[in-house]
Design a protein around this ligand. Sequence first.
Ligand SMILES: *Cc1c(COP(=O)(O)O)cnc(C)c1O
Length: 844
Amino acid sequence: MAITREAALHQLLPLGYNLEVEAIREKEYPQLTDCVYLDHAGTTLYPKSGIEAFSADLCSNLYGNPHSPSAPSQLSTKRVENVRLRVLQYFNASPEDFDVVFCANATAAMKLVTEAFSALEGGWSYRYHADAHTSLVGIREIAKDHRYFRNDIEVEDWLQQPRTDSETETAVFAWPAQSNLTGRRCPWEWAQKLRTAHPNYYSLLDAAALVSTAPLDLSDVQSAPDFTVLSFYKIFGFPNLGALIVRRASGDILRGRKYFGGGTVDALTIGKNFWARKKEDPHSYLEDGTIPFHSIIALDSMMTAQERLYGSIHNISKHAFALGKLAYEQMSNLEHSNGRKVVHFYGGGNYDSSLSQGPTISFNLLKPDGSWVGYAEFEKLASVKKIHLRVGGMCNPGGMEAYIGIKPWEVEQNYAAGHVCSDDHDIMNGKPTGAIRISLGAMSTVDDILAFVNFLDEFYTDKVAVPLDFGTAIHGGPKAIVDSLIIYPIKSCGGFKIPSGVSWSIKPHGLSWDREWCLVHLGTGASLNQKAYNKMTTVRPSINLDTGMLTVSIHNRSDIKPLQIPLSAKPADLKNLHSSASRVCGDKITALTYNDPEIVDFFSTAVGVPCTLARFPAESTSRNYKPHLAKNGSAAGSNGRRNPNILLSNESPILVINTSSIDALNQHIASTNGKQAKPDVFRANIVLRNVAEEDEPYAEDTWKRLKIGSEHFDLLGPCRRCHMVCIDQDTAEKNEEPFVTLAKTRMIGGKVLFGQHATHVSNPNSGTRGEATIKVGDLVEVLTGTGDDSCSSSGASSEPEVEVSAPFPVAVAPTSPPPSPPVAKSGGFFQSLVSSRRWSRRVK
Ligand SMILES: *Cc1c(COP(=O)(O)O)cnc(C)c1O
């Protein structure tokens, strides 16, 4: 248990915590009901009254395009000019010394500056601080040469050095006023020092992260940066608008910008090469085209709302800083039972002064044995608990290198191994590939901090329940029966239960008709998934092999007539389909899309986004099984075994679960009065039920090969789970269970595992010829894998033969032994299971 609320308030109030925020939050931020929002550095949130005032403003005034003399147009111009002044006043900047140029966002403001510099005949040089947002890093591609400073000391040293002769040409030095990664605030005096030490340099200050919770004071024009960029949504939550604040004394250099558009020139001819750049204010020659006048007008309402609700940015600054300090201290206190710290912080952490630190904390979590908790896995659980934060590389490559210690070659290696920004590869080669970030804002409260710290305490200190110890004995003989068989003809949509008594055929890629279709977004062509579009559960396909039809209905919508789609893949039936590029789980595929308006309408209505059905012809299958079970992010097939083909299922041909394990899980859930998990949330194909008395829950974790009826299946490894299991397959509603209890009881090697991936293998000795089938009620034997094991995969003949080695736990030693995995207190059994499995398969 973290600090009590009383004790927390006792600490917060003297620092300027604003108790009124708790009431403001109720009234002004209905979007925050029931959740903990900790991503104010991503965007802070807009208050209801601000949006209502903006809406009333628009509805009671006639605003025209600002570029003309009409009254509505003049009204817009007037409002925009007032807001421009108001923005300057907000930053204590005198209109005589500064001008505001409205842009799309901070990044656009940076680009505008570099666009002007690019017009310089002799080129220009670029220097930047390594703790920079990618937007600042990208500028280097335009400059003639570039260099970065690894830290503040390097910058200070450079500023101390006397100017060298070569340093006469024009150059830009850019740095973040606050790191978007760590919240660390850089020294403010650099602009002035730069002006003295290196007068050929222009200063570009990225204030985007700073201004969200700190005042930016431009009252002293001598010490102010030449160019300051920021985004307003980070200060006010709305509108999506940014600004370049130009120090007029330094503004002339921008006038050389080549492009013009809209009202930025005074005189122009088309045929001849004559144009004259406007002479006056930077904004008049830098704002191309129609300015975002509605957004600028919105900014007025939002500024008024902030002032009314919080008084000033100074109050917000103290409030948020006090909360950041509390969060940092409480997180620092978290320990495992062996005394090890739970939170490893990156940078920052100096909560003595808001001059050097903002209310942003970046960190990763450590397990009791000192190994890392994956941030992607962490985010899944946080999101189920309705705690919203940011994880990953944070658009700050320099910070990642400096704080997390990911070397450039490791970034390349990880990329080559398949890791891209914001995917699930959160730990590679034992190191995190990113971090977790929380950031606070004006409307954060003490309860947000307590909820977050308690969440860490509950789930990430080793007080959590240790998974059951199953023992290691493996017995041969019949163990289970097939309780049900389910296919998902349309990926991510409802399942179709194979009627009992029906023998269903098994194909190399899984059960027949499983994931034969998917839904694709009409705009992007990407396949849709239930995680993002919960309503896909209401799409209910069924297969009728007698009529040769796929029938699709929408659950609880009897007003919508079910669709009938022919199963046959005859050219005549396929002629209305269009071949188009699509993506499934990051893989590029070619799918055949159905363009019939009736079909488009049907699915768009059901899911609530413009989409249509697409078919993934089995012949073109090129996606391979890629389990996420491997410890280091390398696929299980890396030992040379060719991975089985899959259609549109995410990872493997077949997913097997066991009702005994669901029962065990539900017992845990019952102890916290949570919502019981129904088997269908696991979206398995084969649901087994233990019949042998002695069999424990999760026995399937130790199984390696099954004989179901007369067919053989290899279990490939455990299935990694995400919060998709929380979507009720009947109602499409989200709950926190069963993921929360899974995370407590089935967190193994940093991953939440439930069920087993499987693939069918045909057995030439079994005597069966023709089609392989499976049916409800089939008996399940667990094979111990002795002499009868020379099986070949049922895939095409080009599939390599697979030899299955001695029964678990006797592993076939690889030529060089695999590194032994760190054995976590709560997951040692599974980790050794997973690693010995990986090495126990090989190609003949
Ligand atoms: C958010 C942020 C940016 C980018 O802002 P955009 O609005 O996306 O242009 C740049 N730098 C820092 C420090 C930021 O926090």
